[in-house]
Design a protein around this ligand. Structure first.
Ligand code: PAF
Length: 276
């Protein structure tokens, strides 16, 4: 596996793959890789040569967030990526965001769901992903569905800018107990991690309620909120929307999605479930 830090070298690497008619299959990450990332890379390999970036992006963290403490383990990450057959690890320095004057925003979504609780977050995400796409020039790029709003926004960005990259969603990978994999799960001790499993359990119970006939979004979200609070979660939001995230739903239909963000023992967790 090739490890590249330099932008020009990364562009050359991708350019050479394309000259050989190989496809560039890109997985952007912030490192501290877990089974969710491994699944993204495994998917990427099905589409072409897997290029994985590791960059803890300062411009997507607010000053009160965990940028400084965000878990980092380059040596272990590089070992994992090499073992699972990634072709290239792109590991740029913070210079790629320093001195940036141009930022990307999607105003419509900056005031919804995550946007309300993490102002500026998606501006940072879209800007770094646009930069990474400009350097790596991928044919395909892979995003986990746990961060559903991020996936939708990146898909829209790629469409809005007529980019030649296909954005591929990848199912959330979960711990055995249902908790969605996240690099931030390392903040939990074992007991808290066990207790955090009821986040997903409540989402599944809500799906069951829908299946047994409850279609009112207000009743379904009240149920989620009540159950989560009684299990010790602090709620940022729990809302039901259509799958394009264009509108919040009143009457829930198949294909809609329940999105939720909570805090548990000081750790912020995101998850979602589709009403299938
Ligand atoms: O999902 C993430 O890990 C990050 O938001 C991403 C897409 C790598 C951008 O920094």
């Amino acid at each position: 596996m090739k490890i590249i830090k330099d932008i020009k070298e990364m562009k050359e690497f991708s350019g050479n793959l394309k000259k050989k008619s190989a496809k560039v299959s890109f997985v952007p990450t912030m490192g501290k890789l877990h089974a969710g990332h491994i699944k993204l890379v495994e998917e990427a390999k099905k589409y072409g040569e897997a290029v994985v970036s590791i960059f803890v992006n300062p411009i997507q963290f607010a000053p009160n967030e965990d940028f400084n403490n965000y878990p980092r383990d380059f040596a272990s990450d590089a070992g994992i990526l090499s073992d699972i057959g990634a072709s290239c690890l792109f590991y740029p320095s913070e210079d790629i965001v320093k001195k940036t004057e141009t930022f990307l925003i999607n105003p419509k979504y900056s005031e919804r769901f995550e946007g309300i609780f993490r102002p500026g977050h998606f501006q940072g995400v879209l800007t770094i992903v646009m930069k990474l796409f400009s350097i790596v020039e991928p044919d395909f790029s892979f995003f986990g569905l746990k961060d559903y709003q991020q996936y939708v926004l990146i898909k829209k960005m790629a469409e809005d800018f007529f980019m030649d990259v296909k954005i591929i969603p990848v199912e959330t990978v979960r711990e055995k107990n249902g908790l969605a994999m996240s690099s931030r799960n390392v903040y939990f001790n074992e007991a808290d991690k066990k207790a955090a499993r009821s986040f997903y359990k409540v989402l599944k119970d809500t799906l069951n309620l829908f299946e047994s006939g409850e279609k009112s979004a207000e009743k379904l979200t009240s149920f989620v909120i009540k159950e989560l609070i009684s299990d010790g979660f602090k709620i940022d939001y729990a809302e039901i929307a259509d799958k394009e995230l264009n509108c919040v739903k009143h009457r829930v239909e198949r294909g809609d999605i329940l999105l939720a963000a909570v805090k548990f023992k000081g750790v912020r967790l995101l998850d979602n479930i589709f009403f299938v």
